[in-house]
Every structure is written in structure tokens, then in C-alpha cells.
Design a protein around this ligand. Structure first.
Ligand SMILES: *Cc1c(COP(=O)(O)O)cnc(C)c1O
Length: 389
């Protein structure tokens, strides 16, 4: 670590990081001591094309020399092109709102919900939708909510994949928020049948169905959006993380009647649709298309699942594509995360017993094999130490 005291200059909200990263290329990153790592976390499912991908750096460089920022008083070409591209890949007659983060995308969806004239919001236990007061209000984790109460009233939480959940959606429900695969909650997928039932019920109660695709969107599951596998059509899709390929970008796609809920002046954000970030996002989507990366995601995801499921000490693997949760039989996930880092692999303990891996969509067979080898070694080492540091 470079010579500074983290706690003297940063607020104490993250805890002190273990290493400092200085450079990266593709799936490889280097720290300030010169150590090299295989990056299988990608800045939490953000660096979709890995580090310093030439299509991203060239797009950003080119754009920042021409026009860096316009505000939404004026149109800019990259934002127009990106909106058109997102509409195309959504396969719906969608309209777009650009923002800068996942929480902000979900705030937008909450405000759309309010514009239905109804107040109640429904979300899932163990969900994660962001840290702003609105997004936190629909985040189903008491430990994150408690220190900041009172939050928005009239939020109800349901269990995913449970029939009782469907009954809780009522006429007074403005919007239902779901992740197709709960990311921060431990990589727990919604079953197709559950999403189909929620869709059917929300159509009957005239409640917006908001799919939070912030972590699962833009190719991470092997399809453009995680909900696609279930065949449903949501009213609202929220995006961020992987969209900007490493730059801060959020988007909300809105379909059907919900497109008429906002009127001029009711919502906005200064940086939304910033041309530099829009160029990066366009470069990411175009490259995924051109190189058939969705197929690579499915193939590498299947290989990872196969190799990791053979490791002794692994109980279960959840998720799909390149968003996988590896549930351990008995070891603390945090210990295995630390040991993986010592051995040159970045992943994270998303819960006490589950490791999350989310490598760049360009990851190759060699890197996948190496990841599985290091995980195997890490689990063996932690087991030898008795699982305690
Ligand atoms: C990360 C995440 C968010 C919050 O995104 P930020 O950019 O950190 O605000 C919201 N929803 C899901 C599903 C996420 O994974």
C-alpha cells in the first residue's frame, strides 16, 4: 500500500482495503507492490470488457477531445445512439432515461411508481437496490436499513420463489422490484415460473414490474438481460454496473403505458447521458455483439461451473453465465477470499458462506481453468489452517 493512512483521509464506511490497484489489462490487474492478479470480480461486475480494453479507451479518448459534457439542455449524439442501441437489444418499444449509478436508476423507478398515484412498493427479502434513502428503503436487508430509519413507509418484502409472495401483490401496489438473480444477497436466482407468476399478477393489479438488472444486465448471464430466460416483459428495467464498461453509467428502460408517467420537469440529473460515458457504453455493447460475447459468457460460465463443482468443499453453485455464487460446505467465505487473493485471484465473499465470481465477459478458457485451480488450492490451504486465521 502506498504511504498513507486510509483512516485519516476516508470516511469509515468501507473498512480498509487490503491492496491498492495501479494498472490492469484484460482480466489481469497489478497492485502497488507489483503483484499480479486474475481479476474475477471486475470491480463488482462492472468492467465487462476487462481493464483498459482498446475499444473503450479509444472511444473515451476520442470523445473527450471533442465534447465532454453537454447537460440535458442540449442533445448529444453518443447518448442518442446509445439509447437507440439499448432499445434495440431490449427488443421492446422502450424509452430511455440516463443516470449515473444503480441506486439512481432505482430511484427513478421508485418515482415512476409514485406517479401511478399509488404508494405501496414491494421488494424481496435479501434484495439489494442501492444505498440512497429511496433505494435503501426497498433493499431487503435489515442490517443495512436499521441505522438510517425512518425510511420510506409502505414498503413490503416478499420471499422470492414463494407462492405467498404473489398474494402480497395487491391493487394498492404501485411497483414490484425484483432482481432476476439476487447479486449482493448471495447470487440467488428467481425461478422462471416465479417471475411469470409475478408478471401475471402485476398486470392484474396494474402494478409496475421493475426488473433491477443493474448486476445481471448487459450480457452477464449469457443473455442481454437476466429476466429474458423467463420470457416475461417488465414495465421498467434498471441498469448500471457493466453498462459503462468501467465508467459510471446508469439507465432506465421503460415500456408501455409507464412511458407516460413523467412530465417535463419531474425528474433529471446533470450528468445523465454524458457523451464520454455514453461512448464507452456504446463501445461495450457493440463489442459484445460483434464478438458474440454472449456465447462466450455461457460457455465460460458452464466451464467454470463444471470445474468448480469438482472442488472438494464446494456445496453448491448458484447463478448462471458469469455471475456465480459458490456456496462452501463449512469454511468461512471471507477466509477463502483472502487466501485466493494471496494466491493471485480476486473474488469476493458475498455472504458468510458464498463466494461470488463475476469476471469480464472476455474471459478465456485458460483464465477460467486457472481460477478453478487457485480456488481449489485456496480451499485446501484454509482447510489445513482449520478455517481460522
Ligand atoms: C450494485 C447494485 C445496485 C446499486 O448500484 P450503485 O451503482 O452502487 O448505486 C442496485 N441494484 C443491484 C442489483 C446492484 O447489484
Amino acid at each position: 500500500m502506498t504511504n498513507f493512512n486510509w483512516n485519516n483521509i476516508f470516511l469509515n464506511n468501507y473498512g480498509t482495503p487490503s491492496i491498492q490497484l495501479v494498472a490492469g489489462e484484460g482480466v489481469i490487474v497489478k497492485d502497488s507492490q507489483g503483484n499480479i492478479y486474475l481479476d474475477f470480480l471486475s470491480g463488482i461486475a462492472v468492467n465487462s470488457l476487462g481493464h483498459a480494453h482498446p475499444v473503450v479507451t479509444e472511444a473515451v479518448n476520442d470523445q473527450i477531445r471533442k465534447l465532454a459534457h453537454t447537460s440535458n439542455f442540449y442533445a448529444n449524439e453518443p447518448a442518442i445512439k446509445l439509447a437507440e442501441k439499448l432499445i434495440e437489444i431490449s427488443k421492446f418499444d422502450a424509452k430511455v432515461f440516463f443516470c449515473n449509478s444503480g441506486a439512481e436508476a432505482n430511484e427513478t423507478a421508485i418515482k415512476l411508481g409514485r406517479r401511478t398515484g399509488k404508494k405501496q412498493l414491494i421488494s424481496a427479502h435479501n434484495s439489494f437496490h442501492g444505498r440512497t434513502i429511496g433505494a435503501l428503503s426497498i433493499t431487503g436487508q435489515t442490517s443495512k436499513q436499521k441505522p438510517f430509519e425512518p425510511l420510506l413507509g409502505d414498503v413490503r418484502f416478499i420471499d422470492i420463489n414463494a407462492n405467498s409472495a404473489i398474494r402480497k401483490i395487491k391493487r394498492k401496489t404501485a411497483a414490484v422490484f425484483l432482481e432476476s438473480i439476487q447479486g449482493e444477497g448471495g447470487v440467488t436466482p428467481c425461478e422462471d415460473e416465479f417471475l411469470q407468476k409475478v408478471r401475471k399478477k402485476t398486470l392484474r393489479t396494474k402494478s409496475l414490474l421493475v426488473m433491477d438488472e443493474v448486476q445481471t444486465g448487459l450480457g452477464r448471464t449469457g443473455q442481454w438481460f437476466g429476466y429474458e430466460k423467463s420470457g416475461i416483459k417488465p414495465d421498467v428495467i434498471t441498469l448500471a454496473k457493466g453498462l459503462g464498461g468501467g465508467l459510471p453509467m446508469g439507465a432506465v428502460l421503460v415500456t408501455g403505458d409507464a412511458q407516460n408517467l413523467f412530465e417535463p420537469g419531474q425528474h433529471g440529473t446533470t450528468f445523465g447521458g454524458n457523451p464520454v460515458v455514453a461512448r464507452a457504453s456504446l463501445a461495450v455493447i457493440n463489442f459484445i455483439e460483434k464478438e458474440n460475447l454472449l456465447d462466450n459468457v455461457s460457455n465460460m460460465g458452464n466451464l467454470l461451473t463444471k470445474l468448480i463443482s469438482q472442488i472438494q468443499g464446494v456445496k453448491e453453485i448458484r447463478g448462471r453465465g458469469l455471475l456465480l455464487g459458490i456456496c462452501l460446505e463449512s469454511l468461512p467465505a471471507k477466509e477463502v477470499e483472502n487466501e485466493c487473493r494471496n494466491l493471485g485471484l480476486l473474488i469476493n465473499a458475498v455472504t458468510e458462506d458464498t463466494l461470488r465470481i463475476a469476471p469480464a465477459l472476455i474471459v478465456n478458457i485458460e483464465q477460467v481453468k486457472r481460477c478453478a485451480e487457485i480456488m481449489d488450492d485456496a480451499i485446501k490451504n484454509v482447510t489445513k489452517k482449520g478455517g481460522i486465521k
